[in-house]
Design a protein around this ligand. Sequence first.
Ligand SMILES: *Cc1c(COP(=O)(O)O)cnc(C)c1O
Length: 239
Amino acid sequence: MLILPQNSPSTDALAIGLHALRARIAAAARAAGRTEQQVTLVAVSKGQPAGRLRAAMQLGLEDFGENYLQEALPKLDALADCALTWHYIGRLQANKTRPIAERFHWVHGVDRLRIAERLAAQRPHEAPPLNVLLQVNIAHDDAKAGVAPADTPALALAVAALPRLALRGLMCMLPEGLDATRRRAAYGALRHLLAECNARGTRLDALSMGMSGDFEDAVAEGATHVRIGTALFGPRPAP
Ligand SMILES: *Cc1c(COP(=O)(O)O)cnc(C)c1O
């Protein structure tokens, strides 16, 4: 449902953009024999001020993705009155895991056991398990972070055994400039890798893949979480 609050023109633009985006996700899901409910839209809000997140929330968005802790934590504070789901999608540095373990609900992009162990140790006991996705370097891109596909099932089994974490699935980022055929192949490879992990004993159900430029390819290949910034909020303001 499209709710138009009587707000600023930029909120109207956000409402229209969100409506169009949801229609594209739904069409991509239908074309793949899936439903739009199977795809969670993670609104990538890096660079956006808290007020814009609030406007997005009032339009029905519940899942937000942030990359930079220093920028994210004040926004989590500003929106503490809202029942939102926060996804940490940035690079994980071992010395900065604590606030992520304490404040976020999902972490996309764990690519080594040491980081997962820290998150497990730092997740508060009273909190529900932290949802974790392993970042896979699915396109064998030298510049990208991520565990090698061949090493993924073993890492998945090790992370799944840790307390206070719920290993949910796999995540990837593709190098820029791949054509649609190669993107589909890479996203399909991540889906196959998830099945391989499960054949070896994990119970993964989430695939975080697809961004503004290519989420339709990712949905076609089984994405359960698409991480979308610019196609929703427009170009990011300069930092
Ligand atoms: C910034 C970012 C996105 C969103 O990118 P857009 O192209 O703006 O949709 C998705 N995932 C990660 C990990 C990002 O850093």
